[in-house]
Design a binder for this molecule. Structure first.
Ligand code: GLP
Length: 260
C-alpha cells in the first residue's frame, strides 16, 4: 500500500485526477469507478479542468458506481445515480450511456446486485476505483462487520452513517436504511484502488485502515490485501499515522514518471 500525504484536498484531487488522465491516455475506454460524498469532489473538478484544457480526452471513458440507496424513486436528486451523473458524468460531457450502476429501484434487490457484479465483469473489470472512507472505516457502504470477501449485495446502514448522510436530505427520516454496495471483494477486483481522505474527522479511520490489523470491523483495512492500493490523505487526515515521516520520505524520493 502506498500512502501519499498531500498539503490539502485540492492537491489530493489534482494527484488523483492526473492518475485518471494518465490511465485514459493509455486506455481511452478505461472503466473508472467513482464514489460519492464530499471528499471526491476535488478529483472531479480537477479532471474536468484537464478535459477542458485539452490535456486528456474522456470521450471513450466508462464510469461506474460504487453504491446506491435502496428505495429512492428513479431520478431522486440524492440517489447516487443522480449524484454521479450530476457531479461527474455531465461535467465531463459524457452521455448517460457511458455510465453503469446498480438498480436501487429494483423489486428484486438480490437479482439487481448479482446483475451488477456480472455487468462489471462483462465490462472487463474496473481499472481505477476511487474511494472515500466513512468515519467508522467503511468503504462504499460496507459497514463494520462486512465480509472482506463480500460481493455486491444489500446492506443496512448504521445510525452513524445515516446521521452523517442526513445533510444531503431534508431530515434524518428521509435517509434510507438499506443500500446496495459493491462488496469488499468486488472493490478489491479493481486493478488500482485509490482512497482519498481529507480532514481531521477521518484521521482515526485512516490510521486504523492503514496501520491497524486487517479486520472486518474496519472495512477499509481490506485495502492492505490489494497489490495496487494508494491512500491519499491531507495533513489533517494523516495526523494519527505513526509512519507519516516514512510515507513522506518515500513519496519525496519517488521519480515523477512512476505516478501513483
Ligand atoms: C458515504 C458513501 C461513501 C463515502 C462516505 C464518506 O457513506 N457511501 O462512499 O466514502 O459517504 O463521505 P464523505 O466523503 O462526504 O465524508
Amino acid at each position: 500500500m502506498e500512502v501519499v500525504i498531500v498539503p490539502d484536498a485540492a492537491s489530493g484531487g489534482e494527484l488523483i485526477a492526473e492518475a485518471m488522465a494518465e490511465l485514459l491516455r493509455h486506455k481511452p475506454d478505461a472503466l473508472l469507478g467513482v464514489a460519492t460524498g464530499s471528499t471526491p469532489l476535488p478529483v472531479y473538478e480537477a479532471l474536468t479542468a484537464k478535459v477542458r484544457a485539452g490535456e486528456v480526452s474522456v470521450s471513450a471513458a466508462r464510469i461506474c458506481q460504487l453504491d446506491e440507496y435502496v428505495g429512492l424513486p428513479h431520478g431522486h436528486p440524492e440517489s447516487y445515480r443522480s449524484v454521479v451523473l450530476r457531479e461527474f458524468v455531465a461535467p465531463l460531457g459524457l452521455p448517460e450511456s457511458s455510465f453503469m450502476g446498480p438498480d436501487g429501484t429494483a423489486e428484486d434487490v438480490a437479482a439487481a446486485c448479482a446483475a451488477y457484479d456480472r455487468a462489471l465483469a462483462e465490462a472487463g473489470g474496473v481499472d481505477l476505483q476511487l474511494l472515500g472512507i466513512g468515519g467508522d472505516g467503511h468503504i462504499g457502504f460496507n459497514e463494520p462487520s462486512s465480509s472482506l470477501a463480500s460481493r455486491t449485495r444489500i446492506k443496512t446502514l448504521t445510525e452513524r452513517t445515516r446521521r452523517d448522510n442526513a445533510r444531503f436530505f431534508d431530515s434524518l427520516e428521509e435517509v434510507p436504511h438499506h443500500v446496495i454496495t459493491q462488496g469488499i471483494g468486488t472493490i478489491l477486483d479493481a486493478r488500482h484502488v485509490v482512497l482519498l481522505a481529507t480532514g481531521g474527522a477521518k484521521a482515526d479511520a485512516v490510521a486504523l485502515a492503514v496501520e491497524g490489523p486487517l479486520s472486518a470491523l474496519v472495512p477499509a483495512s481490506a485495502l492492505q490485501l490489494h497489490p495496487h492500493a494508494t491512500v491519499v490523505v491531507d495533513e489533517a487526515a494523516a495526523s494519527r499515522l505513526k509512519l507519516a515521516d516514512y510515507f513522506r520520505a518515500t513519496y519525496a524520493s519517488k521519480p515523477d514518471w512512476q505516478g501513483i
